[in-house]
Design a binder for this molecule. Structure first.
Ligand SMILES: NC(=O)c1ccc[n+]([C@@H]2O[C@H](COP(=O)([O-])OP(=O)(O)OC[C@H]3O[C@@H](n4cnc5c(N)ncnc54)[C@H](OP(=O)(O)O)[C@@H]3O)[C@@H](O)[C@H]2O)c1
Length: 230
């Protein structure tokens, strides 16, 4: 029997890119999925995939999504914070509106979603996986510095949740990829075949979710190349 028999994972931003690949990998592992997407009507539901409305910029949508998931499946074993955006500006060029947009999606929404799901994660000794970035570990350029600000916060969130879940047995992991071949980096002129693939990240997420609490991983840097520290 699969490691995941009957387990339920919520994945934000499952419409495309890394989120869609995570959904595919977990479905193959026997997970039942609650997929948080802006246009659930564009996704066909099946016995193990429940598309749910989720907009990171609507502060009511996280609690509604959690309620819908629990009403449908009766439990939550994992939350994957994947939905994210990039605002390619420097920390000097970005203004307050840019900050509210970037932090609204990349930081505030995962916080709200975790708070709403927390009692259910405690009940199952579940897991939180945050798709952060290597930009949450180092600032590679001025142009990526504003995005990095939000991803340092996302890594901080993952570590904060790790501490909060210590006694309850809820584990939290930050996955920190470099470039991954998705729409987010499509305009950068990268060799999309050479960089990390969405399916590579999905395999790592599945491994993290299926390891026992006694093998908990705080963070995983993932690089398609070799940097000084990563
Ligand atoms: N690609 C990379 O090189 C890379 C590297 C490191 C980390 N990451 C992180 O990985 C995560 C996934 O990125 P990706 O590369 O797969 O990007 P992507 O292909 O651009 O997909 C982004 C996903 O986030 C969703 N999303 C964006 N804004 C949203 C909102 N307001 N409410 C709900 N969902 C929203 C999108 O939904 P729609 O389809 O509705 O737009 C889409 O599903 C992000 O957190 C990103 O920062 C990416």
């Amino acid at each position: 029997m699969s490691e995941a028999a009957d387990k339920v994972a919520m994945i934000s931003g499952a419409s495309r890119g890394i989120g869609a690949a995570i959904a595919e990998a977990l479905a193959q592992g026997g997970w039942r999925l609650s997929l948080g997407v802006r246009r659930p009507e564009a996704m066909a539901p099946d016995a193990s995939r429940l598309p749910c409305r989720f907009d990171a910029l609507d502060p009511t949508s996280e609690a509604a999504w959690v309620a819908r998931t629990v009403a449908h499946y009766g439990r939550i074993d994992a939350v994957v914070h994947n939905a994210g955006i990039s605002v390619p500006k420097t920390v000097l060029d970005a203004d307050d509106d840019d900050f509210d947009l970037l932090f609204g999606v990349n930081v505030k929404s995962p916080l709200r979603l975790t708070r709403a799901a927390w009692p259910h994660l405690v009940a199952t000794q579940g897991k939180v996986v945050t798709i952060a970035s290597l930009s949450g570990k180092r600032v590679k350029s001025a142009g990526s510095s504003f995005y990095a600000l939000s991803k340092f916060a996302a890594v901080g969130l993952a570590h904060g949740l790790r501490q909060c879940g210590k006694e309850a047995g809820v584990r939290s992991t930050a996955i920190c990829p470099g470039f991954v071949a998705t729409d987010m980096v499509a305009a950068r002129g990268l060799n999309m075949a050479e960089i990390t693939q969405p399916g590579d990240i999905a395999r790592i997420v599945r491994l993290v979710l299926e390891l026992p609490p006694s093998a908990s991983i705080a963070e995983i840097p993932v690089s398609w190349t070799v940097e000084d520290s990563f």
